[in-house]
Design a protein. Sequence first.
Length: 462
Amino acid sequence: DSDALPNPEVITRLNAMFALPLERLQVIVKQIISDMKTGLERDGGAIKMLPSFVTKRPSGREHGSYLAIDFGGTNLRVCELVLNGHSSEPQLLQSKFQISDNVKTGSGAALFDFIAECVRSFFQTHHALDAHDWNSKRWQLGFTFSFPVDQISIKAGTLITWTKGFTATNVIDRDSVRLLEDAFERMNLNIEVTALVNDTTGTLISHAFQNPDTYAGVILGTGSNCAYVEKFANITKFRGPPPPPGTTEMLINMEWGGFDDAQVVIPRTKYDLLLDRNTPTPGCYTFEQLISGMYIGEIVRLVILDLARTGDVFAKATIVARSPLHKQYGFETSYMSRIERDHSFDLADVKALLEDDEFEIVGATLADRKIIKAVCEMVGLRSARLAAAGVCAVVTKMNKLNGCTVGIDGSLFEKYPHYPNRMRDAMREILGISSENISLEQAKDGSGQGAGLIAALAAEAA
Ligand code: ADP
């Protein structure tokens, strides 16, 4: 029955485009390691390898109350982290706010005002009943600003370029901490930013607080990136103020999203190229585009539209003009999760999604639904295999094949079915039996708790 079975030629053709066989993964891993080495020696490479100025991992003895802001993707979080040393578990209070497109693409001043506004709202929620004025004490805050930042100290750094669809004006090349503190002043908030942090370093530090064997932090959310522990002596390009005497290591924020922007190592499909052309910054962070939550749903959408054009799907179906399938980013990555989770014989939930819940596509056949699911599998699998290649490169570079933990935060790792196992399978292919020494663990509240901890470490050092 042609309505039930997808055309095998279509599946084969797509598979050939999206597959990443072991030999290709091995080339990718080698190239990442080579680019990491270059990036530690000089600026300007595809992987930026940004020094974080974080030179210590937590001991568990940290104490005090610190604020943290997590900004850099879909949501903004404001947290207060209360650390009691070894005597009790840390406490985390938090409020979450959605970041609108207006904030992402308006003026820089409006963007930082929005952040300050969120902090004020956090206080109103969590400290409204305080006996004395919460604003009478000077708070210390760790600011997670998850973009490529050229850091000149633990609490100062300039934005190199926006990513993830942000374009706010007058922020690039300015000190992000200064901009935030100015906004706090405009709002009469008594807060000092004592640490400027990337979500990857935050994730690493916060997971290391739970598990001291943690040597890398990975983000698989709106964007994708990784931080890891590097020997300080290897960071030969380092030119900041000298770190405290006795420093042996420093976390490096890789900014691996920019890997292979020259597009020579990873095979690109015409859909990847089309997606990239329609971003505000074509040619930038194209590795991230193949992996992260902001983009992979869009890749699936572009494939489906192309298959619909050639009659390989929806030949007998109608798609209303207002269907989100026709809109850029109209196919959310969470739908891929939902589709891959449907194991029913007739893909009943995929049918509900396509017809009723979202896309208003009438008359899709079971064969159509199977093709859509296969496309999600291919794009999701490619993402997991590339993330795995990145982790393999990092662990190899650190000489940690004999064992370490990688803390991973983000909706893809947490919510996308099979994603962790697909990563582990690819790591097994690449590293063989050694892969069993590497444990991939879900990091919880990574960037909030991490930024608070880094603020605490900075306070200890000061
Ligand atoms: P952050 O913005 O801090 O990275 P997340 O880790 O939640 O936050 O990542 C958000 C991204 O994850 C969005 O791009 C969204 O499309 C995607 N996403 C949200 N839910 C799911 C899901 N269930 N499966 C896969 N991707 C998801």
